[in-house]
Design a protein around this ligand. Structure first.
Ligand SMILES: NC(=O)c1ccc[n+]([C@@H]2O[C@H](COP(=O)([O-])OP(=O)(O)OC[C@H]3O[C@@H](n4cnc5c(N)ncnc54)[C@H](OP(=O)(O)O)[C@@H]3O)[C@@H](O)[C@H]2O)c1
Length: 236
């Protein structure tokens, strides 16, 4: 029998890309109305109806980044409490949970972060995602993907010439996600380490240079070590 996956936040930017991927699984993309992560009864009802083997949890709050400073209630509700609600429902029904976290949970000073390195978020968004990770960590039938990805084409007008990271485009992550869902624990998901400007200019010749001194709370080197990922599946 084909296994079933529920994807929360499937109407978001990354969820839209996942819809295009051909997979052997039966995949459901509930809207916020069908599955509100802040409403435990609705979560339970939807899970009872679909009887999934996996939940890929994407729903939450990301942009604009400053909203995690100006509206902390929303950030706490969606990224921490919403993720805890999903984790509790998965644990009650023994459903495998996959949570999309971020490389920004690492401190972002030395780069090349491994899954075993300590975490120390550099901004409020990353704290809210780490808050989500905390509940997922309590449930052992789970996988946390610390993802370093961005939209294609590069969306920003300016890119840092003096800050490094290890971006993959969202469509590249979409292609590998279903291959990882049987794994457990934490996996970094990123590409090679490079200056953000060098990454951006490859497909956006008009991108302008910007320097770290112009921005507060931006990590100098948030690149991650993805050798664990590469040992599990083939990526470029
Ligand atoms: N974007 C990146 O490059 C990146 C990098 C690393 C990790 N991530 C993580 O990957 C995930 C997906 O990112 P994204 O860029 O696709 O985010 P996004 O475009 O902001 O999508 C968020 C999704 O969550 C849904 N949502 C909001 N409140 C909800 C609720 N109460 N109940 C159910 N669904 C709700 C939204 O639905 P509505 O549109 O109907 O509000 C939307 O579908 C996020 O968890 C993000 O933190 C993203």
């Amino acid at each position: 029998m084909r296994k079933k996956i529920i994807i929360t936040g499937g109407t978001g930017r990354f969820g839209q890309l996942l819809r295009k991927i051909k997979t052997k699984y039966i995949v459901f993309f509930p809207t916020k109305k069908e599955l509100d992560i802040l409403n435990s009864n609705k979560i339970e009802k939807y899970f009872n109806k679909k009887k999934p083997n996996f939940v890929i949890h994407l729903a939450g709050l990301s942009r604009p980044m400053n909203i995690h400073n100006t509206n902390i209630n929303k950030s706490i509700d969606l990224n921490i409490i919403g993720t805890a609600n999903i984790t509790k429902a998965c644990s009650r029904k023994k459903i495998k949970l996959i949570y999309l976290s971020t490389n920004y949970v690492y401190q972002g000073t030395k780069g090349n972060y491994k899954e075993t390195d300590p975490v120390k978020p550099i901004n409020s968004y990353a704290w809210s995602k780490l808050g989500g990770e905390a509940s997922v960590q309590l449930y052992k039938n789970s996988l946390i993907l610390r993802t370093c990805m961005t939209e294609k084409p590069f969306v920003h007008k300016k890119a840092f010439v003096d800050a490094k990271t290890s971006f993959l485009y969202q469509d590249e992550v979409a292609k590998i996600l279903f291959k990882l869902i049987n794994k457990k624990g934490i996996i970094n998901v990123g590409g090679k380490s490079q200056y953000i400007f060098d990454f951006a200019k490859k497909d956006n010749k008009k991108v302008k240079k910007i320097y770290l001194k112009k921005m507060k709370n931006f990590p100098k080197d948030s690149s991650i070590n993805s050798s664990k990922l590469k040992s599990l599946i083939k990526i470029k």
